[in-house]
Ligand binder design. Structure first.
Ligand code: AMP
Length: 404
């Protein structure tokens, strides 16, 4: 049973084909890029690691999805011999607003609700809708699902999700904190509980998803009770190119001094700040670590700032939940950067964490315990896999089959 997982952006389509018949197997993955530009391309790889790249104009998402299906069907580098071998399609959808508390099978009603969230995610939701409609045209009989970045956080209490704005801003515009990366936060927390043989619904867990985008979530008794991203993904931690938390007055000051329009300011806070902006070196932690080792003071400052903010959120979420049983590090940085983990967990013994600094040094991209045996609060590195969550949710919604 093959599930096609699609993440449609405004100018790209990322895809994976997973065989979910037994233990999940990744059969193919790839990306279509530069949709709508004169020169588009597809980069495809199958389960035998055979790569196929093609440069060709991709005027719209329907053409892009047809390219994906052609690559999957190809005699040379394909992995299926007929489109009938695709049992379902699961879409990553950035914003489900207040409509969706979990993943759903796509009906016209669900599609209309995703459409009414376009205002909340103007770059992402329209692209997802193009992907959904394209599949409806090309594979009309194949069931589709939507898995939302926001739905896991719909359990947050109003005291977490409300901003201190006039209440009518919430009533008029649904302006509130939504949070993102929900699939990843839930997946790694459940996976860690499975490894530890713990009941997910009885624990206090802080999940740190540290990738190019980054967020932290407080999960109490299986539910998100607070998360660091807000109305948009800009709030919270310092990220690759996003500011994270910033005094609003500072932004107004910059807009005035630099004469920035709203859209220029939006691009500034999303694309020119964060790790890249402070370091003026790179948005990639690996570059900063190697520069810092060579004695570059700005690289060192950037790394220290990054870790300081993660530490601050961990402390505040322990306070929110009246304690914590487990802290999880995931995402490209959380899973791989021993240096950031080292900085975050220095001087955290007050919280009951006995971090194993020696073991931490060798752990990259693995599910591992990072705290010592006797540590009251456990710390783990857990690998995330958002596409797998989408495929698992799709199977359980379409075939009413629960996968562990
Ligand atoms: P993600 O968005 O989850 O794919 O994470 C991407 C980020 O992970 C990159 O921009 C790097 O900053 C970071 N990263 C990946 N591998 C490593 C590594 N070995 N050491 C440190 N950081 C890494």
């Amino acid at each position: 049973m093959n599930v096609l997982v699609l993440n449609c952006g405004s100018s790209s389509i990322k895809y994976q084909l997973l065989d979910m018949g037994g233990e999940p197997v990744l059969k193919a993955k790839g990306i279509v890029e530069r949709i709508g530009l004169p020169s588009g391309m597809i980069c495809h790889k199958n389960d035998k690691d055979q790569a196929y790249d093609l440069e060709t104009p991709v005027p719209n998402h329907t053409v892009g999805i047809n390219l994906v299906l052609d690559a999957l069907l190809s005699k040379e580098h394909g992995v299926i011999s007929s489109l009938d071998e695709i049992s379902a399609v699961g879409h990553r959808v950035a914003h489900g607003g207040e409509y969706f508390t979990k993943s759903v099978k796509l009906t016209e009603d669900a599609i209309n609700k995703i459409e009414s969230c376009v205002d909340l995610a103007p770059l992402h939701n329209p692209a997802h809708l193009l992907g959904i409609r394209a599949i409806q045209n090309i594979l009309p009989k194949v069931p589709q699902t939507a898995v939302f970045d926001t739905s896991f956080h719909q359990s947050m209490p109003a005291s977490s999700y409300m901003y201190a704005l006039p209440y009518k801003m919430y009533e008029t515009y649904k302006l509130r904190r939504y949070g993102f990366h929900g699939t990843s936060h839930k997946f790694v927390a459940q996976k860690a509980c499975d490894i530890l043989a713990w009941n997910f619904n009885e624990k206090k867990i802080i999940t740190c998803h540290l990738g190019n985008g980054a967020s932290i979530t407080a999960i109490k008794n299986g539910e998100s009770v607070d998360t660091s991203m807000g109305f948009t993904p800009v709030e919270g931690l310092m990220m690759g190119t996003r500011t994270g938390d910033l005094d609003l007055g500072a932004l107004l000051f910059i807009m005035e001094k630099e004469n920035l329009s709203v859209s220029q300011a939006n691009s500034f806070i999303n694309k020119q700040c964060g790790v890249n902006g402070v370091s003026e070196i790179s948005s990639d932690m690996r570059d900063l670590q190697s520069e810092s080792e060579k004695g570059n003071e700005r690289a060192k400052l950037t790394l220290d700032m990054y870790a300081h903010r993660v530490k601050k959120y961990i402390g505040s979420y322990a306070a929110v939940m009246n304690g914590v049983d487990l802290i999880i590090m995931t995402g490209g940085i959380g899973e791989n950067s021993c240096h950031i983990r080292d900085l975050v967990f220095r001087d955290m013994d007050y919280l009951g964490i006995d971090f194993d600094f020696n073991k931490n040094d060798g752990i990259r991209g693995k599910d591992e315990m990072l705290s010592k045996e006797a540590s009251k609060v456990k710390v783990m590195s857990i690998t995330t896999n958002e596409e797998l969550v989408i495929a698992m949710d799709t199977v359980s919604l379409v075939f009413e089959k629960q996968l562990s």
